[in-house]
Write a protein that binds this ligand. Sequence first.
Ligand SMILES: O=C(O)CCC(=O)N[C@@H](CCC(=O)O)C(=O)O
Ligand SMILES: [Zn+2]
Length: 344
Amino acid sequence: MTYLAELKQSGDFLTITRNNEFTLEPVNFTLDNGTLVEVHDTGVIQFTPAGETTKDIVLSSAVHGNETAPIEICDELIQHIITGKLVLAQRVLFIFGNPKSINIGQRFVDENLNRLFNGAHNQETDNPEKVRAQKLEGYVRAFFEQGGDERYRCHYDLHTAIRGSKNEKFAVYPFLHGKPWKKSQLQFLLSCGVNTVLMMRSAATTFSYFSSYQFGADAFTIELGQVKPFGENNMASFAKTKETLKALISQEKVEYKEFNADEFELFTVHRTINRTQAEFSFPFPDSAENFTGFSKGELLATDGDKQYFAEVEGEAIIFPNANVALGQRALLTVVPLEVDENFI
Ligand SMILES: O=C(O)CCC(=O)N[C@@H](CCC(=O)O)C(=O)O
Ligand SMILES: [Zn+2]
């Protein structure tokens, strides 16, 4: 096996993944501490500690290849696990989503991988991202099903945003179909340095929605800052996230501080604006940050002949992107949300 010795010695699964953009022969081996290591495919590595575990945890990064900070965080965790510096107490599946897009330093190669989950890859024409989405769904399904449905499940899909954000770190809570939002998850996020959460109001084809909807996992898309090339991330700004993730995977039980609504900024989606026309534009510059609020009546976007104006005072913009494919989300707008009986 060509890469096995290298993996055992360095733990550098990221480089092995980058050197094998589309496939990698599966291998497995056991660490001195008894943890079983299983490489299922390029970018997909599973760890099963020898002792009793209670949680099945998925940590994904590189669903967008140019979002390097999450890749660096997961790379370090994987290396520490394989070299024995970090001893796991829980089952963990790490995923580097789109290896080729890491290598070309782009969000995606042919198509945005994070619009292809929950079956959305089942379209007539194939491309590598559709194939990958289908395979990743299979690995996540096998991982959760192998654990069994009595166990605790979570999936944190780590990203960085294209624009700067007034609230630097924030998370997207996928639509729960009426189930309550969990304060304990907000406490986990706060411990990661994330105090801002957007509650989605509809089904999606994102990776986090897939794990939430199909497997009842506590799942989030977590935006950890702004996109930067490798080597340009200020890793100090990710220290809390890294420590919290380490604790999650290496401890039997983690205690977070008591919930206090005042420590959070919560938002709910007001609406989604899709690009339907080739001529699509925003009236604000690329420097306009996520969470910038608009006054009622101000122009938000122009899609062909249709203009969208802010419907409520303070309607704030998230993920504006005029370059998305036709039919895709070009902008989310959000409004504040108070903690009420829908939180448990
Ligand atoms: O900054 C941007 O415009 C996009 C950052 C990003 O990749 N965000 C995710 C959010 C996924 C979700 O809605 O849960 C995405 O657009 O895929
Ligand atoms: Zn992303």
